[in-house]
Design a protein around this ligand. Structure first.
Ligand code: CMP
Length: 140
């Protein structure tokens, strides 16, 4: 089915100047960018976005990292977009990510892991709505 998923190109990848290289991989896989913005998150936004991880030991480091520079937030649309994006990203820990995946090629550590992608249809809908008003998502 045609799905939408939320992608975040994290501060490490923005700093490495690979927004375009990462976005090209989405496009080459048939995913379309239907919304996008480059933003510096506030602490409140990062804490709310990652709220499910609030009790985890890595929460503070994760939030601090996400505030370390601007992030490129995109909505990707296409056939099986959620799973397709997760395949393109590779495993959360770049040491475990398959060769040729975004994290294998661009990530440095489990925190500085280049990209975030929604993990399921329910989280995708919530994450897209968290960052984009409906009228700013241009289905195509
Ligand atoms: P992301 O997909 O953005 O979702 C939560 C993030 O927490 C994850 O990518 C990692 O960057 C970060 N993180 C740090 N440590 C861990 C861990 N042990 N397990 C899962 N995620 C972690």
């Amino acid at each position: 089915a045609i799905e939408r998923t939320l992608s975040i190109i994290k501060p490490d990848a923005v700093a490495k100047n690979v927004i375009g290289q990462i976005t090209s991989r989405f496009e080459a896989a048939g995913l379309k960018v239907v919304a996008a913005k480059l933003v510096q998150l506030s602490r409140a936004e990062a804490e709310q976005f990652y709220g499910v991880h609030r009790a985890r030991p890595f929460f503070k480091d994760l939030v601090d990292f996400m505030l370390s520079g601007p992030v490129m937030i995109q909505v990707l649309e296409g056939e099986d977009a959620i799973a397709k994006n997760r395949d393109l990203m590779g495993a959360t820990d770049p040491k475990k990510a398959a060769p040729g995946t975004i994290r294998a090629d661009f990530a440095d550590s489990i925190d500085a892991n280049a990209v975030h992608g929604s993990d399921a249809p329910e989280t995708a809908a919530a994450e897209v709505a968290f960052f984009f008003a409906g009228l700013n998502v241009y289905s195509r």
